[in-house]
Ligand binder design. Sequence first.
Ligand code: PLP
Length: 497
Amino acid sequence: MNLLYKSTRNADKTVTASEAILKGLADDGGLFVPTSVPKLEVTMKELAGMSYQETAYEVMKQFLTDFTEEELKHCINSAYDEKFDTEVIAPLVKVGDTYHLELFHGATIAFKDMALSILPHLLTTAAKKNHVKNDIVILTATSGDTGKAALAGFADVHGTKIIVFYPKNGVSKVQELQMVTQKGDNTSVVAIHGNFDDAQTGVKKLFEDKELAAELEAAGFQFSSANSINIGRLVPQVVYYVYAYAKLLQNEEIADGELIDVVVPTGNFGNILAAYFAKQLGVPISKLVCASNENKVLFDFFQTGVYDRNREFVLTSSPSMDILISSNLERLIYLIAGADAQKNNELMAALKSEGRYEITAEMKEKLADFVGGFATEEETAKVIADTFSQTGYIMDTHTAVAAHVCKAYKAAHADAKKTVIASTASPYKFSRSVMTAIDPKYDALEEFALIDELNHLSGVAVPNAIEEIRNAKIRHTRECEVADMKATVKDILKVEV
Ligand SMILES: *Cc1c(COP(=O)(O)O)cnc(C)c1O
C-alpha cells in the first residue's frame, strides 16, 4: 500500500513520502503528515531479536512506501555505522528505577544524530527518484544541536549546500565551537542577533518566499529543510521507541504487551511526536510525558488547552529546549482536530497574529495520552547532583529536565509502570552546567579543564566529538541581524542581491 502525505494546511493535495522529504515544508507553510498511521507488520517478540538497523527497516518501510527495499536498506546502513560509538546505536541503560534510552552516541553527541545521520541519504535518494536537477540548499535554524548534526550529515554531500542559523548568545560553548569549526566546502554557519524563535521564524519566512524561490530556481537551487518539520527526520525518530520496547522485552524487564511510560525532554515537539507515532504504530506505550524547562509553554498548553507564546523567553541550562513556538505541535493539533486543515489554519493564523490560540474541548479530550511537566533551573541541577551521588551516573541538563519531571509525575500519580526517559545529549556537550550542578566550585575551571574533570568523575571516555574541537580551526565567523537573513542567504549562494 502506498502511504501518502498531506499538508496540515491543505485538505486536497497529497504528495509521496519522497516528495515530502524533498520539500521539507509544504508550499502553504504547513507540515506534512501521513494520511493514516500504519501498523507494524512484525510482533514485538520478533523485533526483540533484531538489530537497530533491522528495526529501522521494519519501521521506516511503513512510512516511506515509495522507497524500494534496496534504497531504504542502503540509507539505513550508510547512516547507522561506525559514526556511532556503539554497535547497539541507542543503548538502554538502567539508572535507579528508570531506563535511559541514550540517543547521543552519534557523531555530534546529541539525539539529533539519530535522524540527521540518515536524512542526507533519504534526501539524495528522494532527489534521484524525483529527477531533481537543482542543487538542494538545506536551510536550518538551530537551538544548538540540529545545526551541528545537520552540518556533519551534509558536509561535502554532492549536490547539496547547507546554511545554518544559530542564536549568537543562545547556545553552549561546546555547541558553538562544534558549529564554527565545521569543515566542508558546502557548509555555512551564521550567528544571528536574536533567539532561536527568531531564527526559526526567519527560516520559515524564507521557505514561504515565492520570489526568492524563483530566483533560486533560476540559479539552479532549491531549498529543503533539515529541521524536525521534515518527515525525513520524524520517521527515523520513531525507530528508537520501537527499539527501546523490544530491548526491554528481550532483557526480560517487561512482559510482552506490558504498558510502559515514556518521558521526553521537549523543545520543538519533534521527539515526543515520534513517540506518539510509535504508540499509534502499535508499541504498548501508556503515557507520553512532555517535559519542559522554564520555557513551559507546552506544560501550560496541556494544562489549559491554551497555547500562548506571549511570555518572556528564558535562557536556560538546557538551551536546545529554549523554544516558545514548538513547530511540530502543529501536526498534533491537525490530528486532534480530526485531520481538519481549515481548523488548523485558523489556529495557526491566531498564533501568528496574536501569539496564542485555544483548542476546543473536543480536541482537548484527544490529548489524554499526554502529560505535561516542567523543571526549574534549580530542580534540573538537583536531579543531576542527586543521581550522581546515588548512582554515579552523570546526565546532561536536557535529560535532567525529563528526569525531574519523571520523578514528580511518579510521585504525584499511582503509576508504577516501567519508564523510558529519552536521554538526548551527552553530558560533555553541556559540561559547565552539568559540573556546576554537581559542585559550584567547578565554575572556576575553563572549558577543557571542566571536560577533563567530568571525565575523571564519570569514568566515561571523552567522546571524539569533543576531542575534535579542542584545537580545531575556526572556519565560520559570519553574523547577521534577523532582518538580514534573506540577504545573507543570497550572498552565500552568490545569487544577485
Ligand atoms: C533538540 C533537543 C531537544 C528537544 O527535542 P525536540 O524534538 O525539539 O522536542 C532536547 N534535548 C536535546 C539535547 C536536543 O538537542
